[in-house]
Design a protein around this ligand. Structure first.
Ligand code: NAP
Ligand code: G4F
Length: 379
């Protein structure tokens, strides 16, 4: 079997490439030109995969790649995937995240091999935006146990809140339309947030774990025990009796809630969708929701710090013009029809990310200036 992955250099692309190689696929990844190397997520795979230069916004390059490679499966993971950035670059986000999908769908529609190609589209829980459904759960004989659960599933109406989510929703409807109009075997995975050790550094989970890694390394390099008193004033952390200081972690809205899983579990669902004879759309999620505060607690706890609040500054620059306040996905359909199960829990996710970033910081030993640039300004 032969697969093309658009977006192979990203978090999900790298895990999906590993999964497909394990299953004996020939994997072709499409990478766009970059002035400096950006293959860190797939360096360990470079001997086993084929890379082709191409850009999803260029219909000619997309067409020729699909025609020349003759794939059985195409995975579209390419996107301008940062919600905050989409407010600053809505046009660009639209071209990549909506227009790119159309380019692939057109390449499939006009391919003489159309009926032999299966297509996966990376849809997003961001498409639900403000909307959720509600159900009352509990023991009817114990009124106190009855609680209202808010959730999203395949039947929840969409109400996107950002240029990114609107572009993803356009792609979602395009896939449905090409399925109905032209018989394209296209499936959409409505994936809720999934993170990992390979997560981009300006998404909130990785921004937090990277900061913890650098902070732990700073403490170690100065011979400071994590139980020594740290004094936190304003934007800076000091240690009693010492001169040196460390910039605090700057974040935006800590009250939003997300349904966070691990990316390695989620790429398995993508593959399972394309093994079904009938194309369809599926929610992929854990069924749990946690606030950014919960993630901070779990991540700081992984290095033995319980009072995370003293290390964080709220910076309005990271607020979004419109927010998605609450996501909790119900993956019943994926569990029933695809027999998909997630394996990695919320706490394990946070611990794995923190330990990876602590390890990386130890190897990197960055300067304070680098720390303040990478962890305080972006994301
Ligand atoms: P990611 O790490 O940001 O990766 C995005 C990939 O798209 C990168 O390989 C990037 O290449 C590539 N790309 C961007 N613009 C391109 C262009 N013009 N032409 C070709 N390739 C381009 O995203 P991810 O977290 O792996 O997510 C994968 C997909 O799932 C994305 O579509 C995302 O929107 C969607 N999604 C993600 C989540 C999540 O929680 N992670 C949830 C729902 C949906 P460069 O390396 O060159 O930038
Ligand atoms: O980590 P985030 O940037 O992810 P977001 O916006 O939920 O989007 C991710 O998940 C989507 C699936 O639901 C994907 F489609 C999308 O491609 C991407 O992978 O932000 C999560 C939450 C938001 O509520 C944000 O306002 O964290 C809040 N937040 C608070 N401080 C921050 C920050 N987000 C970022 N990136 N940086 C901050 O400093």
């Amino acid at each position: 079997m032969k697969a093309i992955i658009f977006g192979i250099t990203g978090q999900d692309g790298s895990y999906l490439a590993e999964l497909l190689l394990d299953k004996g696929y020939q994997v072709t990844g499409v990478t766009r030109r970059s002035s400096t190397p950006n293959t860190q997520n797939i360096n360990h795979l470079l001997q086993k995969i084929k890379l082709i230069e191409g850009d999803i916004t260029d219909p000619f390059s997309v067409n020729s790649i699909v025609a020349l490679e003759e794939p059985d499966e195409i995975y579209n993971l390419a996107a301008q995937s940062h919600v905050g950035t989409s407010f600053n670059q809505p046009n660009y986000t639209w071209d990549v995240t909506a227009g790119g999908t159309l380019n692939i769908l057109e390449a499939i529609r006009f391919s003489p091999r159309k009926d032999n190609i299966r297509f996966y589209q990376a849809s997003s829980s961001e498409m639900f935006g403000k909307n959720y459904d509600q159900i009352r759960e509990g023991d009817p004989s114990k009124p106190d146990s009855i609680k209202t659960k808010k959730y999203q599933d395949e039947n929840t109406p969409f109400m996107p809140q950002s240029p990114y989510a609107i572009a993803k929703l356009a792609s979602h409807h395009l896939v449905r339309n090409y399925r109905d109009s032209y018989g394209v075997h296209g499936s959409c995975g409505i994936l809720f947030n999934h993170e990992s050790e390979r997560r981009g550094e300006n998404f909130v989970t990785r921004k937090i774990t990277k900061w913890i890694g650098e902070f732990s390394q700073w403490l170690t390099s100065m011979g400071i025990d994590s139980d020594m008193t740290t004094i936190s004033t304003g934007d800076t952390i000091y240690v009693s009796g010492r001169q040196e200081s460390f910039p605090k972690l700057r974040l935006g809205n800590l009250d939003a809630k997300r349904d966070w899983g691990h990316a390695s579990d989620y790429v398995a669902a993508m593959w399972l969708m394309l093994q079904q004879d009938t194309p369809d759309d599926y929610v992929v999620a854990t069924g749990e929701t946690h606030s950014i505060r919960d993630f901070l607690y779990a991540a700081f706890n992984a290095v033995g710090i319980s009072n995370w609040a003293g290390f964080v500054v709220i910076d309005p620059r990271f607020y979004r013009p419109a927010e998605v306040d609450y996501l909790l996905g119900v993956p019943n359909k994926a569990e029933r029809k695809l027999e998909w199960r997630r394996k990695i829990s919320f706490t394990e996710l946070a611990e794995r990310m923190v330990h990876n970033d602590v390890q990386k910081a130890r190897l990197r030993r960055p300067s304070l200036q680098t720390i303040s640039q990478c962890c305080s300004q972006k994301g």
